[in-house]
Write a protein that binds this ligand. Structure first.
Ligand SMILES: [Zn+2]
Ligand SMILES: [Zn+2]
Length: 356
């Protein structure tokens, strides 16, 4: 059962009778391509409703689905103004909690219906805020909300993986109220699975965490380190896909973000992100970017005995930021980056210093 129901918001129970994967007259399915091992969400396109006013501004709370969680002062009512961070269901969601989980063989193929959750974390009451304009305290509140939602969603054993991502200036998408997207799904995301496998294989071979080793090497070499704080390192990775790609790695080993965020680390990470996005905005003309939180999947959702047996030791949560991912150049799947990462790291360090 979905843990969020305990919080008393109505959006799940209202649809308790909904059939698996049926949205209106549409049937959504996750289908697996057995030749590549990746999943595809088959989802006939629905017409989005036309909306002129921002549904995420204070005063418009009635335009979103019932709120799932919010930080608000004592005495302020749910689904009204006064909040600082607010989580609402995504309209026309890809993944829905009210569906029953169905795993099916279709002849030789595998299909799962898209049971899960799609939520938006509205990061600020101010419509024009970005991570470069928000105060570190506001960013820290968003990080705490990520943690709350991860803990809550991971109580549901049918949810296997949760992606938290946010875009800034995505091409083809009009500027909108600042929010992050939480996508919780009944399978492990393809990219997470690849990353988990690489980390596990490295650990099996060396008995050390891959990311701890990367941190040690980058910190001693210094050339790709953009910034070091007591708890985090911001580095341009050894083989970045785009010129300004940056990873934020916690210096203390831990496989999951939600277990690692504490009073000191939350504040440290929020200040680091705030300064990073300010440096990016001022030094590089406020480019668009995608930020993704990489954290362990739901360890309660083991399917096979031995799944993730060493994950606590072999995986290391982190944040990846890809500025202008749409400019990534690829040849047959190989990324082509025309700027050496050592040059990018130096440029980021300079932009950081210039913000005073
Ligand atoms: Zn707004
Ligand atoms: Zn580690």
């Amino acid at each position: 059962m979905y843990a969020g129901q305990c919080r008393g918001h109505g959006y799940h129970s209202e649809h308790a009778a909904a059939k698996s994967g049926v949205a209106g007259d549409r049937v959504d399915e996750l289908r697996k391509d057995p030749t590549r091992g990746h999943w595809v969400l088959i989802r006939p396109k629905a017409k989005p409703p036309r909306q002129t006013d921002c549904a995420y501004c204070p005063g418009a709370e009635h335009l979103t689905g019932p709120e799932i969680a919010a930080y608000r002062p004592e005495g302020s009512l749910a689904n009204g103004p006064g909040w600082t961070v607010r989580v609402v269901p995504e309209p026309d969601a890809y993944f829905r909690i009210e569906w029953e989980l169905v795993r099916e063989g279709v002849g030789m193929f595998d299909m799962i219906n898209p049971r899960g959750a799609s939520e938006l974390v509205v990061e600020s009451p101010r419509h024009d805020d970005t991570l470069a304009t928000m105060e570190p305290a506001g960013i820290e509140a968003v990080l705490w909300m990520y943690r709350d939602r991860l803990l809550d969603l991971k109580r549901d054993g049918q949810i296997r993986d949760i992606l938290i991502s946010r875009h800034h200036k995505k091409p083809g998408v009009a500027n909108h109220h600042p929010y992050s997207r939480i996508t919780a799904i009944p399978i492990v995301f393809d990219e997470t699975r690849r990353e988990l496998r690489e980390a596990r294989e490295y650990y099996q071979y060396k008995r050390r965490c891959l990311y701890c080793d990367i941190l040690r090497q980058e910190i001693s070499a210094e050339e790709r380190v953009v910034r070091l704080t007591p708890a985090f390192a911001a580095v341009v990775p050894y083989a970045p896909r785009v010129p300004l790609e940056t990873w934020i790695l916690p210096r203390q080993h831990g496989c999951s973000f939600e277990e690692a965020v504490r009073a000191e680390t939350g504040g440290d990470l929020a200040r680091l992100l705030s300064q990073y996005f300010r440096a990016l905005a001022r030094g590089f003309g406020d480019p668009g970017y995608e930020m993704v939180l990489h954290t362990a999947p739901n360890l309660r959702s083991r399917i096979l005995q031995g799944d993730w047996a060493t994950i606590r030791d072999d995986y290391h949560w982190h944040i990846e930021i890809m500025p202008e991912p749409e400019h990534a150049n690829r040849v047959g799947g190989i990324f082509v980056n025309e700027t050496r990462p050592e040059v990018s790291a130096a440029a980021l360090r300079k932009a950081w210093a210039d913000q005073g």
